[in-house]
Design a protein around this ligand. Structure first.
Ligand SMILES: Nc1ncnc2c1ncn2[C@@H]1O[C@H](COP(=O)(O)OP(=O)(O)O)[C@@H](O)[C@H]1O
Ligand SMILES: [Mg+2]
Length: 246
């Protein structure tokens, strides 16, 4: 299986502050990687580094065979930021057109891609409303549609399910599965266990380090517990014990 994302010995932070240490990660084509951890753990810092918005303090990040940061790769990555970056004085359709054009998609392709992307998040009947009249959840859904509109090789979704009701969450997961089956790679962050359980591979980060990595089934076996949530709690306790013994 080809490798989409390779992170080696990454240290990352802001100025002199270190947020992430010793991060190693390999994500293959067609895999869904769930990055889970409490608020402040460093999830957004890691995905921003993989996107190439931040240059590593130490170590390397390779995406689709290219070392990041690399502006040329941005056209192949669909990104949904944690904070919605939308034009509120434009309609949803206009936002999709604008961001699609920025990704280099032709007008013809957009005619097909906009209803597809909006359909995944149930926004087709609200496409001509102004974003300023959208609810928080609708904005989140529009941000996801924007990430999907270019049909990218790699999807990076930072907390895509926040503010999204359970029914739509299931629908989005079904669609993410389909996208992954086509050989596209998905990296998503979450602090919700339901999302973590559905990922092919998990990376749990806490206090800036990876405390557990693997498939949900393997982690449950290795930690001798029954649920992904219990893995997370046990791995967290082990981290606390280790730091007390240091
Ligand atoms: N632009 C920034 N400048 C300085 N510190 C930051 C910046 N962004 C995030 N941090 C800090 O880095 C740590 C990790 O944040 P973040 O990656 O956003 O975590 P998460 O996404 O898991 O909630 C936090 O302590 C946060 O305050
Ligand atoms: Mg975050």
């Amino acid at each position: 299986m080809a490798i989409t994302i390779q992170v080696k010995d990454l240290q990352q932070g802001y100025g002199k502050t270190i947020v992430l240490k010793d991060i190693n990660l390999t994500v293959h084509n067609g895999e869904i990687l769930g990055l889970i951890g409490p608020s402040g753990a460093g999830k957004t810092t890691l995905v921003s580094t993989i996107m190439g918005m931040l240059t590593p303090q130490k170590g390397t990040v390779t995406v689709l065979g290219q070392q990041m940061p690399n502006r040329k790769l941005l056209a192949k990555i669909g990104y949904m930021a944690q904070t919605d970056a939308l034009y509120s004085t434009l309609t949803a359709r206009e936002n999709l057109k604008f961001f699609g054009a920025m990704q280099g998609i032709s007008n013809d392709a957009l005619k097909k891609q906009i209803p597809y992307a909006a359909g995944i998040v149930n926004l087709n009947s609200d496409l001509d409303k102004y974003v300023k009249d959208y609810s928080g959840g609708m904005k989140r859904r529009l941000s996801l549609a924007i990430a999907l509109v270019s049909d990218p090789e790699l999807l990076i979704l930072d907390e895509p399910t926040v503010g999204i009701d359970p029914e739509l969450r299931q629908q989005i997961w079904a669609e993410l599965r389909k996208i992954a089956k086509q050989g596209k790679t998905i990296l998503l962050t979450t602090h919700v266990m339901e999302d973590a359980e559905q990922s092919d591979q998990l990376m749990m980060i806490r206090n800036g380090v990876a405390i557990a990595q693997g498939t949900p089934d393997q982690l449950i076996k290795d930690f001798q517990v029954d649920t992904v949530e219990a893995v997370f709690l046990k791995a967290g306790r082990q981290q606390d014990e280790n730091s007390r013994n240091d």
